[in-house]
Ligand binder design. Structure first.
Ligand SMILES: [Zn+2]
Length: 253
């Protein structure tokens, strides 16, 4: 479990320490549980119906749906598994993306990792670290799409070779000048003079679009731990026969 998840788990446990549960409805798999924790002003509601579970309250509302042999009662499923926000996010009716957000720290971590590899393996062009620092200082790095474009387009210390089929060649520091060499300087006609340009060195982040740079929303992760807490509390109340005591008083007319 990541440190971030551990911190959120501790926060939820701390907030709910004085939580008082009320069982509003408890009819088979149809349940309505509410909880208030006075010290932290945390409110929590859990509603279940076949194959569905809604957790709501101070930290947002999240609706899970899971069709399976063991999920008619969602609590049965959740009792058997440990809290796993990444997996649970896939069961949200709004989809995983609804609880994902840009994780700039993760992006920076991946950038530093690639740069350190190049330095360690001794192929980093001179000035790479400075160029990457400049990239990271760009304000557009705060926006996921812009950041991915900047990182995808980043190049440093590129070298190119223009090579003609006749055997002549020249090395260049820019792609444009490498192309120009064939079109302008080594301008020969005929089938014996086919010029190609290829990269011979330099640094790029070439697999950027496969990078995972999102994290799960804080409140979603919080509600996952709060939900586990609520299930444990509900089960304990039923085990000790306290369920009926926790029910709200019926209003009679
Ligand atoms: Zn030639």
């Amino acid at each position: 479990m990541s440190d971030r998840y551990t911190d959120i788990q501790k926060r939820a446990a701390y907030d709910l320490i004085d939580g008082i549960m009320r069982i509003q409805q408890d009819t088979g798999v149809y349940r309505h549980l509410t909880c208030g924790a006075p010290a932290s002003w945390t409110r929590l509601t859990v509603i279940t119906w076949p194959y569905n579970l809604l957790v709501a309250g101070s930290h947002g509302s999240f609706h899970f749906e899971r069709q399976g042999d063991d999920t008619l009662d969602m609590l049965d499923w959740l009792r058997r598994v440990r809290v796993d926000p990444a997996h649970w996010a896939g069961k949200l009716t709004n989809g995983r993306h609804s609880v994902e957000e840009y994780d700039r720290d993760r992006l920076e971590g991946l950038i530093h990792e690639r740069v350190s590899e190049a330095v360690r393996d001794d192929w980093a062009p001179v000035g790479l670290r400075e160029a990457v620092s400049e990239l990271l200082a760009d304000d557009w790095m705060d926006d996921q799409q812009s950041a991915m474009r900047l990182v995808g387009e980043f190049q440093h210390g590129m070298t190119y070779r223009s090579e003609c089929s006749c055997g002549a060649f020249e090395d260049h520091r820019s792609y444009t000048s490498a192309v120009c060499w064939g079109n302008v300087f080594h301008k020969q006609s005929g089938d014996d003079h086919k010029v190609t340009v290829h990269e011979t060195g330099g640094f790029t982040f070439d697999d950027v679009f496969d990078w995972q740079i999102s994290k799960l929303d804080y409140h979603f992760v919080y509600q996952c731990y709060a939900l586990k807490w609520a299930i444990a509390r509900y089960d304990r109340m039923n085990r000790y026969g306290l369920g009926s005591l926790a029910a709200p008083k019926q209003v009679t007319s």
